[in-house]
Design a protein around this ligand. Structure first.
Ligand SMILES: [Zn+2]
Ligand SMILES: [Zn+2]
Length: 365
């Protein structure tokens, strides 16, 4: 029997129902939809990443996370969890915020062993609704409820997500927080806790999304310029935030654009040019590699997955800096035995393993 800690279910959370997030423009999501409005206040929530990073010429960058983003593989298996390999899932930590990518059976157990926390997961990115990527949701939601969480939980994924989450919620009907689901279309983008998250359609047997997370970096502020233009010290922060002060535009006191941090999350798909475009130039690409042996390429084609070599080719085509492989078939008992198939194509490849973590930092100027 599940303990609910004696709370009263709040009115917005109907038994077994998952409320779709309001159909507001995606650029507005950071204001009232995902994360920032309902979460407790953190420095990253003050970023004001409200517009499109593309539209405003990159002036949104306001990293408050110390220029650091971490990713851990919660699991690296496909199809079914194994005693030594949980199902493929990844946890991203940025400035105290957690983003979970996929949630198969047993994900919460591996999350607990990882030790990065569960209660503060703000948004879940779902690639697709096959069981090995979503069956862990009700258990995770119940655990979040038992942890005393009251802030809403946002779940995004491809069309069809709401019906599936609503079905899974039959066994997790009463929660002390609202579960807000949003179905994304290819190309959609939204802001969350100082990150920008973008998706494109992947190629699998069901609707599937590949994701990219970006942490933008603000251009360097040039104090000598500000002084020479007569901007009072008290207004410097406004210019740094991209506001116009008097006749002085931010561009006049800011240096050139600086690269931020970026991660690609790609699973259960064939390699496609749209995915290569999405993850172009990422610092880290976490990519499925279901089959190790090149001889299994026909199976990969038929089941709409990738071989190690194909994942490496995708990383190469995308000009990624680093590749970490995941979502191994249960038949691949020792993924490292096939490492050379990926390393032949893309030298900076790591064979993923449960709880492997990668830390990304801003480049030094
Ligand atoms: Zn899968
Ligand atoms: Zn699948």
């Amino acid at each position: 029997m599940v303990e609910h800690g004696g709370f009263e279910p709040p009115t917005p959370c109907l038994p077994g129902k998952c409320s779709p997030a309001e159909l507001m423009p995606l650029d507005a999501v950071s204001v009232a939809g995902f994360g920032e409005g309902g979460q407790r206040s953190r420095a990253g929530a003050q970023c004001g990443m409200r517009g499109s990073a593309r539209r405003d010429g990159g002036l949104l960058g306001c990293d408050t996370g110390g220029g650091m983003l971490e990713l851990a593989l919660v699991g690296t298996g496909g199809m079914l969890p194994l005693p030594e390999r949980w199902l493929a899932s990844a946890l991203i930590r940025y400035n105290g915020h957690l983003v979970l990518f996929d949630c198969g059976e047993g994900t919460q157990i591996s999350l607990r062993a990882l030790g990065w926390g569960i209660k503060d997961i703000g948004v879940l990115l779902i690639s697709h609704v096959h069981g090995d990527h979503v069956a862990g949701l009700p258990g995770l939601l119940l655990t979040l409820g038992n942890s005393g969480r009251t802030e809403p939980v946002d779940i995004v994924g491809p069309p069809g997500l709401i019906a599936v989450v609503t079905g899974l919620r039959v066994v997790a009907a009463y929660l002390p927080f609202e579960v807000r689901c949003r179905e994304l279309e290819s190309g959609d983008s939204f802001a969350h806790a100082g990150m920008r998250i973008t998706c494109v359609a992947a190629e699998h047997h069901v609707r599937c999304l590949a994701y990219r997370l970006d942490v933008p970096r603000a251009p360097r502020f040039l104090p000598d310029r500000a002084r020479s233009l007569g901007v009072p010290l008290v207004d410097w922060k406004r210019l740094q935030r991209g506001e116009v002060v008097g006749n002085v535009r931010p561009q006049e006191v800011l240096g050139p654009p600086r690269p931020g941090l970026s991660v690609g999350l790609v699973t259960d798909t064939r390699p496609t040019s749209a995915i290569a475009d999405l993850v172009n130039g990422v610092d880290l690409l976490v990519c499925e590699a279901t089959f190790g042996d090149d001889a299994d390429q026909p199976r990969a084609l038929e089941r709409k997955h990738m071989t190690f070599r194909e994942a490496a080719e995708l990383a190469s085509a995308a000009n990624a800096s680093r590749l970490v492989l995941t979502h191994f078939s249960p038949s691949v008992t020792r993924p490292e035995d096939y490492a050379s198939n990926a390393l032949d194509v893309f030298a900076n490849t790591t064979i993923g393993s449960d709880h492997l973590s990668v830390t990304l930092r801003f480049q030094k100027d």
